[in-house]
Design a protein around this ligand. Structure first.
Ligand code: NAP
Length: 229
């Protein structure tokens, strides 16, 4: 039976690798969402399987999602992978830095789930939120990441609250707190740092986790890291 996965933040880094991961599974339709769709169109423009839509978590989320033709079979998996990382000393953060970090990393995710829930498969849907080790309670912290890590911590908290409110429903939500992965985001924030994992490796883990673990856990915040203690 055909399965539908929605990937938010699908255009580069771990997100485009997730799109590749699911496109290798024959029974999947992938809804690939991001602001910059050129990469996706170049690689998947001719694909019947990958549907590409321009989507900005800082824009009008209900309006943008209302224009996407999800099939009536329902969404089986939603991966909230998009992220915004502002790296600045705390006292230099502007209101816009803080607002847009929270908008992309948590508020937009909450609104996306509010809008998409009516399209979830009525018998099961697994939502996976992508957070960071910087947001994981008790982990080692790094300076200049307060807007990023605080907003990702809110995403972890939302995961627990959603899972509680929907615990008797067929909808499951879990959150993965990633350690360092070699992507453009990491390179921009920490030039020269070499991460122990590549984007394809992490995407394979996340893809596998998404497919299997909604049947076994709900509301969990899991550290997925070789790098951060
Ligand atoms: N790489 C790491 O070491 C690391 C560590 C911990 C956690 N993470 C988390 O893992 C996820 C993927 O990270 P990555 O390293 O692959 O980052 P990346 O290379 O910067 O990719 C981020 C993705 O998010 C999308 N995005 C950003 N702002 C958006 C917006 N306003 N609306 C919609 N989409 C938006 C980007 O697409 P467009 O620009 O085209 O919109 C892109 O596809 C993020 O949530 C990140 O915080 C990464």
């Amino acid at each position: 039976m055909n399965k539908q996965v929605v990937i938010v933040g699908a255009s580069r880094g771990i997100g485009i690798e997730l799109t590749r991961f699911f496109s290798r599974l024959p029974d999947f339709t992938i809804f690939a969402l991001a602001r910059n769709c050129e990469n996706l169109k170049k690689e998947f423009g001719q694909s019947e399987q990958v549907k590409i839509f321009s989507f900005d978590l800082e824009g009008d989320i209900p309006v943008q999602l209302a224009n996407i033709p999800f099939s009536e079979e329902g969404i089986d998996f939603l991966i909230n992978n998009a992220g915004k990382l502002v790296k600045k000393p705390f006292l230099s953060l502007t209101q816009n830095d803080i607002d847009s970090s929270f908008r992309v990393n948590v508020i937009g995710v909450m609104q996306t789930v509010q809008c998409l829930i009516k399209h979830f498969d009525k018998s099961f849907c697994h939502v996976v939120n992508i957070s960071s080790m910087g947001a994981y309670q008790g982990s080692v912290k790094f300076p200049e990441l307060s807007a990023y890590a605080a907003s990702k911590a809110a995403l972890c908290n939302f995961t627990e609250l959603f899972a509680e409110e929907f615990k008797s429903s067929p909808y499951k939500m879990n959150c993965l707190c990633l350690g360092a992965v070699q992507t453009e985001m990491l390179e921009e924030a920490f030039p020269g740092y070499l991460a122990p994992l590549t984007a394809p490796q992490m995407a394979a883990f996340i893809g596998d986790f998404t497919l299997k673990n909604g049947f076994f856990m709900n509301g969990k915040i899991l550290p997925i890291s070789l790098s951060t203690p």
